[in-house]
Design a protein around this ligand. Structure first.
Ligand code: SF4
Length: 351
């Protein structure tokens, strides 16, 4: 497999016309703090005529990343508070995150783990074995979510080893892989890597992170098809981002494109309070209004759940609009239910 060319510095981004030459100095400061990588296949999707270019906005560093707000957190979803051993996050009773690497194919400017990803930490086999021992020792763990970094930057051989170890743990029934690689570097989703994604006797799901329909290039669609054709169910994870997908049209196009690729939209995440990302966060009211518009415009297949990861590690909660209201009291209590046109209807209080 030929190695994909990746732009890794403001100077390289400038050479490709993605950063004005006079901003390179300022952006070097950003790059010294937060990892930068933009693979050529994704860079090729930029459109210089588009002032709201979703590729530039998501992946090209911005000087505003150096402005940290008082309420932003280095560990916004509280991974550390729920990490019993290195590489494991055990937040919910029946599932764990297993972090296999800190490396990603592309570095998102809004990343919730931006303080840790991109560090060239050599994978430590002893630490991985200790993390697997933790899973072996906790019979309540039904699902293992491979994350990082991005687990699909690993070689097929290394991924196969991990899957083999998980396949041998009886109580683990589901393995979920969270990845950006099919979008960022689709050629890496080789038939060999797809075979390595499967843990024998377990259900493997792949959650693909996509935030704008333009990311689903022909090559990315083909990479997703290789996984779907191999029988791997695909889920879509998206982040609501100001200036990227915070319009009803952009979200409609994204959700439809996902479903066309056999990717079921799963979560629309409210952007986490990661340092230096305020310029990319939309407000919650905007997110709720967009979810309302989506409900009226597109098929149920295209509806993700809008969620917020509660800062401090308290898990996700749905924050979409409410459609049901209980009104009146005692004998006159009943419900009002809102339809997709915003009209309200009575619903009786009893079965
Ligand atoms: S691919 Fe995921 S972990 Fe990597 S930079 Fe993007 S959001 Fe962060």
């Amino acid at each position: 497999m030929a190695k994909t060319q990746t732009l890794r510095s403001p100077a390289q981004l400038s050479d490709r016309g993605l950063v004005p030459a006079d901003r390179v100095g300022a952006l070097n400061e950003v790059a010294a703090r937060y990892a930068v990588a933009l693979p050529a296949p994704l860079a090729a999707l930029t459109d210089r005529a588009d002032p709201r270019d979703p590729i530039v906005r998501q992946f090209v560093p911005d000087a505003r990343e150096l402005e940290t707000q008082p309420h932003e957190l280095t560990d916004p979803i509280g991974d550390d508070a729920h990490s019993p051993v290195p590489g494991i996050v055990h937040r919910y009773p029946d599932r764990v995150l297993l972090k296999l690497t800190q490396i990603c194919a592309v570095y998102c400017r809004f990343c919730f783990r931006r303080e840790t990803v991109g560090k060239p930490v050599a994978p430590d086999r002893a630490a991985l074995e200790a993390a697997l021992d933790y899973i072996r020792g906790h019979a309540e763990i039904w699902e293992v979510i491979l994350t990082g970094g991005d687990p699909l930057v690993l070689s097929a051989r290394r991924l196969r080893e991990v899957m083999k170890a998980l396949a041998a743990i009886d109580h683990v029934k589901v393995v979920r892989i969270h990845t950006r690689v099919p979008i960022a570097d689709p050629a890496q989703i080789t038939p060999e890597l797809v075979r390595a994604m499967k843990a024998s006797g377990k259900a493997t799901y792949v959650a693909v992170h996509v935030n704008h329909a333009r990311e689903l290039s022909d090559a990315a669609r083909a990479a997703c098809a290789r996984m779907a054709d191999a029988g791997i169910p695909l889920l879509g994870q998206s982040v609501l981002l100001a200036g990227v997908n915070d319009t009803a049209d952009a979200l409609r196009d994204l959700m439809r494109a996902l479903v066309e690729c056999r990717i079921k939209p799963y979560y629309l995440h409210h952007a986490d309070l990661a340092p230096g990302t305020a310029h990319l966060r939309a407000d919650i009211e905007t997110g709720q209004e967009l979810m309302r518009e989506l409900r009226g415009r597109v098929s149920g297949l295209c509806q993700p759940t809008y969620v917020l990861d509660i800062p401090g590690g308290h898990g996700k909660s749905p924050i979409g609009p409410d459609y049901l209201e209980r009104v009146g009291s005692n004998g006159s209590a009943h419900y009002m239910i809102e339809d997709f046109n915003g009209r309200r209807h009575d619903y009786p209080p009893r079965r």
